[in-house]
Design a protein. Structure first.
Ligand code: ZN
Ligand code: ZN
Length: 136
């Protein structure tokens, strides 16, 4: 299937990216490290094929938040942009809310709900995974 190109970038506009190919695994992640990395109670992610993702303006700062995980963000304004995990080298996760059209990529589930903040009630019918989708 030929998906239209998706573009996005940070708040200040210094970093822009372009993604094509079939997106997958749209999720809302409640894990502690996404929370710290974003300063938000939950982070929406969507995965694109790594070969179909590129930064087209500026260069993000990269931060290794754990041995297998590399996160990127804008060094000027701080917007979290990507997440890459060494165990899943074929994909790059993009923060859904940094996309120009986040409405195109609604989350399909909740992940790491074992870390969910108690004051963030969930009332949607989406599946919930206590940890990652790979650790049921
Ligand atoms: Zn920026
Ligand atoms: Zn997370």
């Amino acid at each position: 299937m030929n998906e239209p190109v998706a573009e996005g970038g940070c708040l200040c506009g210094a970093v822009r990216y372009r993604a094509s190919g079939a997106s997958g695994h749209p999720t809302l992640c409640h894990c502690r490290s996404c929370r710290r990395a974003s300063g938000a109670p939950v982070v929406a992610w969507v995965t694109f094929p790594r070969g179909a993702f590129a930064f087209v303006k500026g260069t993000p700062v990269r931060y290794r938040s754990s041995p297998p995980v590399l996160r990127s963000f804008c060094g000027a304004c701080g917007t979290p942009l990507t997440y890459e995990h060494a165990d899943f080298p074929d994909g790059v996760d993009v923060t859904t809310a940094s996309l120009d059209d986040p409405e195109r990529f609604p989350p399909a589930d909740h992940t790491w709900t074992s870390h969910r903040l108690s004051w963030l009630p969930l009332s949607d019918p989406l599946p919930r995974f206590p940890r990652s989708r790979h650790e049921l």
